[in-house]
Ligand binder design. Structure first.
Ligand SMILES: [Zn+2]
Length: 552
């Protein structure tokens, strides 16, 4: 930087060259946007020796040079200014989520943000968000606006940038050669750290998101690659099937009493017969936008991508194609991305006052008119419910006042402003409310058991961090996601009629329950549970198949 001066009310900053400009703005990011990154890096690498200081300094230098290099690779000074201007609001958002919740902005997080609804967006609004937006997102734009750079001949441009790139590369090689073990630790056991680097990780995520958006465009609406939906022939005189498929939200295994949690978060479900709890089930992703289409897809986590799943025949398509009446009742916005092919009803954001608050509606709203609906059903049916469950950060808005069982509950959206105990209390109240809603659904299914063979499947889309290691909420990049965000509850309940019809072997179920499963099993388990088959169905992936005596 050469000097700053006021000119007609605008503060002008004169840079000698694009190189000084790039270094100036890269250092702004490193100094003001990377609190979480530095905090965690120091915790990971600082053991008190002088080498640690040198390593952290060279890490800082390396990031400075890489960010400056990235800016210098942009042709033309005007485009450089535009891109720099865009980086500030992106960096402010990334910095806010990293500092407040320990959340990194990556490709899937951007997908979640794009799919967020009004309620989810407003649940994040806080004075701190305002400060970050203004201080990091808007104010630096005046610096960008006031930037003045001399018009250099192209040759000098190229020479300066070339010299800088060579120096940066040289420094990087020396740094890695001097600290090989520390840099390999950064890539191995501390590989979550680069995700907190602002704005690099968010830009990388945005590019990945944009690229994935183009995948699959131009394909047929439904490719039916693993189609041929069909039903298993049922016994003469058998009742129709009625299955409730409940997709929970943000429920983690660790806080389910059914899974061994010490608190009474499942008082009602614990007293219900024929209810199976599978304690070792892993989610496909750490966000709704990934997990939801993934669990219904036959692709499995390894093959799955959101773009591919859009054109694939999911479990709901197969069951509908086989002649089962399917309907999707949503109290959650995440459904929009894939439930367009089945009849769906959205309950969120409207409903009677005792079932809704200023942000969203309680999950009991999904029961409105349900019994009348069932009375009108004639054949086999699957009614799917996408619950609001334990969606944060405003846990205290997910349940009616009567379910404030664990107190004091955190009543703020800035979770790190509450004690961990208050956060846990609020979250546990959401689980206790989910317990009540699920028990009510089972009650409705029991009442319908004279006309239908009934069952209920409950599966959460992903877990949640409640402040473990300073991390809150969910959406961590999967390779570095903590266990709490991945391990989810899975419940299967069946009526006596259903158990007899399927010739369920109870001792087999006891053996089956503790086994390790994942969302990859859901497609096959749902088809199996509704006597449906497709070319993609694998009985080896069906969690209940070994315990049924029906033809496979
Ligand atoms: Zn979710």
């Amino acid at each position: 930087m050469k000097y700053a001066e006021r000119n007609k009310g605008i503060v002008e900053i004169h840079f000698r060259s694009p190189v000084t400009f790039a270094l100036f703005f890269a250092s702004l990011f490193l100094a003001f946007f990377n609190y979480r990154f530095w905090h965690e890096s120091i915790a990971a690498f600082w053991q008190g020796s002088p080498q640690d200081v040198f390593f952290l300094l060279s890490l800082c230098m390396l990031l400075l040079l890489s960010y400056a290099t990235a800016l210098l690779l942009i042709p033309g000074t005007r485009l450089m200014l535009v891109v720099t201007g865009l980086l500030f609001p992106i960096g402010a958002a990334a910095s806010f989520s990293a500092d407040s919740f320990g959340i990194a902005i990556d490709q899937e997080m951007i997908r979640s943000l794009v799919n967020a609804n009004r309620g989810e967006a407003t649940s994040m609004i806080s004075p701190r968000l305002f400060l970050y937006t203004l201080g990091l997102g808007v104010l630096p734009l005046f610096l960008v606006g006031g930037t003045r750079m001399p018009a250099l001949p192209l040759r000098r441009h190229l020479r300066q940038r070339g010299a800088f790139l060579a120096a940066a590369l040289g420094f990087a090689m020396i740094a890695v050669a001097v600290f090989p073990s520390r840099f390999s630790a950064l890539a191995a056991e501390h590989r979550h750290l680069p995700y907190f680097s602002v704005p690099g990780a968010a830009v990388h995520g945005a590019i990945g998101f944009a690229r994935s958006g183009f995948q699959g465009i131009g394909q047929d609406r439904l490719a039916y690659p693993a189609g041929a939906p069909r039903r298993i022939e049922k016994a003469a005189g058998a009742k129709p099937l009625l299955v409730f498929l409940v997709v929970g939200e943000t429920a983690r295994h660790a806080n389910f009493q059914l899974g061994g949690y010490a608190r009474h978060t499942n008082p009602k479900l614990s007293g219900i017969d024929n209810l199976l709890y599978f304690p070792d089930v892993e989610a496909c992703g750490t966000s709704t936008v990934v997990s939801l289409p993934c669990m219904f897809s036959p692709l499995g986590q390894e093959q799955f991508s959101v773009a591919k799943a859009r054109y694939d025949m999911n479990a709901l398509d197969v069951m509908a194609g086989a002649g089962i009446h399917i309907e999707w009742r949503a109290n959650n916005s995440g459904s929009r991305i894939f439930s367009t092919r089945v009849q769906s009803f959205t309950y969120m954001e409207r409903g009677p006052a005792h079932l809704c608050n200023d942000e969203s509606c309680f999950d009991e709203i999904l029961l409105e008119g349900l019994e009348e609906r069932i009375a009108g059903l004639a054949g086999d049916a699957v009614i799917a419910f996408h619950q609001m469950g334990s969606h944060g950060p405003t846990y205290f808005k997910r349940y009616p006042p009567a379910f404030e069982i664990f107190k004091p509950a955190c009543k703020r959206n800035a979770l790190d402003a509450c004690s961990l105990e208050e956060v846990r209390n609020a979250y546990d109240n959401t689980v206790a409310y989910t317990d009540h809603v699920l028990a009510s659904k089972i009650g409705i299914l029991k009442q319908a058991a004279d006309r239908f063979d009934t069952a209920l499947v409950y599966v959460s889309d992903h877990g949640e961090s409640l402040g473990e290691k300073g991390v809150f909420l969910h959406g961590a990049p999967y390779p570095v996601a903590p266990e709490e965000q991945k391990r989810i509850p899975f419940i299967f309940w069946m009526s006596d009629g259903y158990a007899q019809r399927m010739k369920i072997d109870q001792t087999c179920l006891q053996r089956q329950m503790p086994l390790k499963f994942s969302h990859d099993n859901i497609y096959h388990t749902l088809l199996g549970a509704t006597e449906t088959r497709s070319d993609a169905y694998r009985s080896g992936m069906d969690m209940l198949a070994p315990c049924r005596a029906e033809p496979q």
